[in-house]
Design a protein around this ligand. Sequence first.
Ligand code: FAD
Length: 496
Amino acid sequence: MASAKSETGPSKSEPNPKPESGAKSATTSFDLVVIGAGPGGYVAAIRAAQLGMSVACIDKEKELGGTCVRVGCIPSKALLESSELYHESREAFAKHGVLFEKLHLDLDAMQKRKNDVVKSNTSGVDYLFKKNKITRFVGTGRITGPGRVAVEGSDKAGSDKAGADKIELTAKHVLIATGSVSAPLKGIELDGDRIGTSTEALTYSEVPARFAVIGAGAIGLELGSVWARLGSKVTVFEYMDRILPGMDAEISAEALKILKKQGLEFRLGSRVTAAKKRGKVCIVECDGKEPFECDRVLLAVGRKPNTQGLGLDSIGLALDERGRVPVDDHFATPVAGVFAIGDVIRGPMLAHKAEEEGVACVEHIATGYGHVNYDAIPNVVYTSPEIASVGKTEEELQQAGTDYKKGSFPFSANGRARALGQTEGRVKILADRTTDRVLGAHIIGPRAGDLIAEIAVSIDFGASSEDIARACHAHPTLAEAVKEAALGVDKRSIHI
Ligand code: FAD
């Protein structure tokens, strides 16, 4: 380990570059150059700086934070929260005895708040870069040879001319964290407005009367829910015969029922072959079915790794069969000194997965240690109610021939859920029949995204369902449903 560290670890002798955000730096030689300032790249940059490396981070966008902060997790959750409040105020407040004379939607104000939330997060990353003395370059990063990265001017750098000239950086280590972009679909004519991706669907200035969503994954369902709550008639087209492919089938069937009750219409088993503008309307076509007329279309069939223009040829780095940068267990590519993390490599495209990989990658470079436990990465869909999972689904356990036990507890039997008036859904815990070790958990219900953390930690620590069941959970809380589901694994839930 010591030799690995001295070969690849940080050089303390080189001074840290000037902590100027978005400005040209006199220093062009770094221990680590990170391409991409999304949650993978910026977190890796911060951790590497904490470990004593001199670090530069390049992003072609002026705002830091990547897809997640600018056009993904953060703005979508801001709109989900606002639209949920609007919906609750119309549908649920009266039950609480809170009555309004008049209620109306100010979409401009809602969008402005979302933009403010994004801004506070992008400036937060800016602050962290300064605090950690990370040199930031605005421009497109292109690998030009071993240990060499060019930063080329980006039009999007705007008034801040940083990155407008070509700058050559040298690096002991290069980390590719260029994320992903929306996957295209043959026949869909994206116009960056009425037929668009999630980026456009986050910015509509009026509520579309008829909104078509292509793809019933997390992004399609979340943004479909936003506009449904604000008044759109939402129709979701999905190629598979179920929603949320990859999630536990029982939980996704329950989600389908709940979302239908909320007014979303689903056309499952539908292969969309075209979406185009016809005058003032959009037309969605499915195999052999009547063309569907609507006002806006969201294409949300997944995302693909973003490697365009990265210059991988210059170092002989070939992509895998799915266009991803190939890496080993320590995020090293087959090319010495080049690493990759986040959406651009294998595994779930999730912000927290990218962050964990960023930390593990640079810790391994600096210390020889660094690890991500892929069995304990939670996945959350922020519909209402939320849907969250971690570990194996029942189908995966059955396919692997694993003998398992299952405990399930409905929120309708949880006191806090009743007080909140949010009793839909359940917690389901799967444990090994012999060892009782927790193998997976699936929750649909209020704050499922927060509740799943307890089970992710349990899986990480190799806990049994009995460990969760015997831990004292505060009353009255939603977390008691987790304890009850754990008790249910041994058929000893108290409240059902
Ligand atoms: P990214 O965040 O994509 O960042 C890559 C960065 O690299 C970008 O800033 C890009 O400008 C930059 N870049 C690319 N190429 C170059 C280049 N050559 N030179 C310079 N810069 C370059 N995940 C969750 O975990 N939870 C959620 O709730 C969630 N919601 C989402 C909602 C939406 C609408 C979308 C689209 C995604 C959502 N995701 C969510 C997914 C999440 O955003 C991604 O998994 C995450 O951002 C991946 O992080 P990353 O660091 O790998 O890449």
